[in-house]
Design a protein around this ligand. Sequence first.
Ligand SMILES: O=C(O)CCC(=O)C(=O)O
Length: 258
Amino acid sequence: MLEPIAKPGPLTEEERFMFETFGYLIIPDALSPAEVAACLDASQRAHAPYPKGEWRQLGHLYETEPAIEALIDHPSTFAKVRAIMGDYFILQSTWCTVQPAGGKSGGWHQDGSSVYDFRRLALPTPLMQLRIGYYLTDQSQPNQGNMAMIPGSHNVSMPLPKSIKPDTDFPITQVVCGKPGTALLFHQGVWHRSHKNEMDWDRFTMHMVYAPPWLIKSDRFGNDKDFMARTTPLRRALLGEWNRPEEPFGVGYAKPPF
Ligand SMILES: O=C(O)CCC(=O)C(=O)O
């Protein structure tokens, strides 16, 4: 199978070419087993109070869970994010996602704001959200709640054909397989969905979403003051705490302290 496999660390020219072509990169071993265990523990703790058996996403867990906080600027992926986004971007949202044991495949979608779809800006859809989904449970085989992607579909201007329903096995679908610790970095315009989970355990994936600084934060109404006081200057900047400089027109914004 053709797979856009990348390595942890800086974005190479070959990786950039694969990202442009497929709309995503698969990065095995982005997290160590210890990091996976800590993030999984945090995710299970966060979802524990909610009903079992439902697909669910929880936001801004990094505020209370240091293992998730470390993903904001993780060395295995962060240089790639910066190489693609440039110097001015924010962590727009973070979604700790459970696809429950026995969960059905989700619907095909591109990400964005359904009240004003990114597709309305231009076609093909420009890069507005660069996402990283960290696999926290084993998805090395299909049917384990994996992400399913349609490679290259971020470059397509026509809408998804109506005949493609949630349970349609579209021939060019790639069910992204990976061991725990694999990162899937993707353009929000790639048509994707969660694949069914036929296992008897819940699947957890931690999504981190980077965006231009003028998009509103979408997993929180505001930044938690205590968290902002204790986190690092770089993370504060990535959470969008920038002061507007004196000049009009937004000239002279300081770069985040990379
Ligand atoms: O992790 C998943 O189950 C899918 C997440 C997804 O499709 C999304 O957040 O847009």
